[in-house]
Design a protein around this ligand. Structure first.
Ligand code: NAD
Length: 505
């Protein structure tokens, strides 16, 4: 069980936390072969939090070999009872480390505010561990097909579900606890061995899993954690390696395409959770007082979430009024260093490059004809990477700000003519990850939901999100499904066998 701590105590811990600096390869915590490290930076104040191992190709090769050996030469993939027992202990140890390690680290390293950690950032991610264990326990690993006969030979047929093999898990920096666990845990539970490569900006959220795995005594090679300052070098080793069977990736569509291309050379199963440009449709009968408040979703983790609604569609007749209300709430939205204020929803942008990219995209929107109705500039903080909550009005859906993922606290307000036009605009995107619909009746909203080409939707303020809820994208938002039973099944291969007679002869 997790200890009970006050918000003040958590903020204090976030100011002083130092995470695990070492890689975890073949059951051992170790330095990079080169001995190199790099600095982990707090995006809220630019302070160096501490070092982390800077792995190279040699370390990654060793991790893949260890994972291959553990898959091929031990009973990890087939001994369900032993695996369940070990993973249950691993889950308990992760939960026990939430308050003193994971929560303060995610605040310091990722820039999650306490509020963000209390949902998708941390608590919902940890709750998902028990869900996965439950799926594992109840899973139907084999089933019989009806008997057939071929040229007089009776055919007894059975379908087995088996682990896919060595899994490469490549994760982004925005929700590392949730995404690392959503990949590593179902992959292990399904009987695979795993090499986890986190994003360079958020290494400790992954190395802590290595530290705990070492403490709990996961069999050598079953899980490996390899951190590196270069975003692509060791990742390329993983995605091109013939010993890796499956790549599960969450990140940008650009890198996702690269992974698909490289993975095709060795015909890997590739499973991608990519970007989004989700629309929140306010139908003309919606309660605008409530629905407009959902525009602030772009401030949740400063808009650095793939499934956040970044386009808001309102009827032309209510455009001016909506713009005025939103501008006022955006101007009043507080943001700052997560370790200074427990009530904040919005913290910093992950790094300087991302902050500058967001500001450039806002300027581009302005150049294309959008109006900056609130924000549009960097925060006033002396240190750290901040963008003021930004509302762009007079946006049309063909503008770059409406088509490209900005990944910052930026909402585009777009006018539509009628319901048909709203559906057209929502679907006029190369992405298809999520979205929302607000209406006076669920019946009308669900009718519209049928026509939206996205993997998830929220209707009238409710949330689809949960450990049991399949999550995935249509179009360029991805291939495959994470979470839910479907998320577990992604990590399995299917083997079908026909034999002559029965097991006794
Ligand atoms: P990114 O694509 O730049 O990087 C993601 C990961 O891929 C990192 O670990 C990075 O080091 C690694 N990587 C980069 N180049 C690589 C290469 N050539 N080979 C192998 N690995 C490589 O994404 P990011 O900037 O870390 O994260 C933001 C992006 O993630 C956004 O586009 C966001 O929408 C997306 N995202 C999607 C989901 C989802 O579930 N759909 C969830 C969170 C984030």
């Amino acid at each position: 069980m997790s200890e009970q701590v006050t918000a003040e105590e958590t903020l204090q811990r976030a100011k002083n936390i130092v995470g695990e600096a070492r890689l975890y390869i073949d059951g051992e915590l170790c330095e990079a072969a080169s001995g190199k490290t790099y600095d982990n930076i707090n995006p809220a104040n630019e302070k160096v939090l501490g070092p982390v191992a800077d792995a190279g190709a040699e370390d990654m090769e060793r991790a893949i070999k260890a994972a291959r050996r553990a898959f091929d030469e031990t009973d990890w993939s087939v001994n369900h009872e032993k695996r369940y027992e070990i993973l249950s202990r691993f889950a308990e140890a992760i939960k026990a480390s939430v308050e003193d390690r994971f929560r303060p680290i995610t605040m310091a390293e990722v820039g999650h505010t306490l509020v963000v950690t209390q949902s998708a950032g941390m608590d919902q991610a940890v709750e998902a561990l028990d869900f996965v264990l439950g799926v594992f326990k109840d899973f139907e690993w084999s089933r019989e097909l009806p008997e057939t006969e071929l040229h007089g030979t009776p055919c007894t047929r059975v379908v087995w579900k088996e682990a896919a093999g060595v899994v490469a898990a490549i994760t982004p920096w925005n929700f590392p606890m949730q995404i690392n666990l959503n990949k590593v845990f179902p992959a292990l539970a399904a009987g695979n061995t795993v090499v986890l490569k986190p994003a360079p900006d958020t290494p400790w959220m992954a190395t802590e899993l290595g530290r705990i795995a070492a403490e709990v005594g996961l069999p050598a090679g079953v899980l490996n954690v390899v951190t590196s300052q270069d975003p692509a070098e060791v990742g390329e080793v993983l995605i091109s390696h013939p010993d890796v069977d499956l790549v599960t990736f969450t990140g940008s569509s650009l890198v996702g395409k690269r992974i698909m291309e490289v993975g095709s050379q060795t015909v890997k199963k590739v499973f991608l959770e990519l970007g989004g440009k989700s629309a929140n449709i306010l139908l003309d009968d919606a309660n605008f007082d409530i629905a407009l408040m959902h525009g602030l979703a772009v401030c949740f983790h400063a808009g650095q979430g793939c499934a956040i609604d970044t386009r808001m569609l309102v009827p032309k007749s209510r455009y001016e009024e909506s713009a005025a209300t939103l501008a006022a709430i955006f101007e009043g939205m507080p943001f700052g260093d997560p370790s200074e204020d427990a009530s904040l929803m919005m913290g910093p942008i992950i790094n300087r490059k991302q902050r500058d990219r967001i500001l450039t995209m806002i300027k581009q929107g302005e150049a294309e004809g959008a109006t900056i109705a609130a924000g549009g500039v960097a925060g006033d903080q002396e240190k750290g990477f901040y963008v003021k909550p930004t509302l762009l009005t007079n946006v049309t859906n063909d503008m770059s700000v409406a088509q490209e993922e900005i990944f910052g606290p930026v909402l585009c307000l777009i006018a539509y003519e009628d319901e048909e036009d709203a559906i057209r605009i929502a679907n006029d995107s190369r992405y298809g990850l999520s979205g929302s619909i607000h209406s006076a009746t669920n019946e009308r909203a669900l009718r519209v939901a049928r026509r939206i080409r996205t993997g998830t939707l929220n209707v009238n303020g409710a949330s689809f999100f949960g450990a049991d809820a399949p999550f995935g994208g249509f179009k360029e938002s991805g291939v495959g499904t994470e979470m839910g039973i479907e998320g577990f099944e992604e990590y399995l291969a299917t083997k079908t066998i026909g034999y002559n007679g029965n097991l006794e002869k």
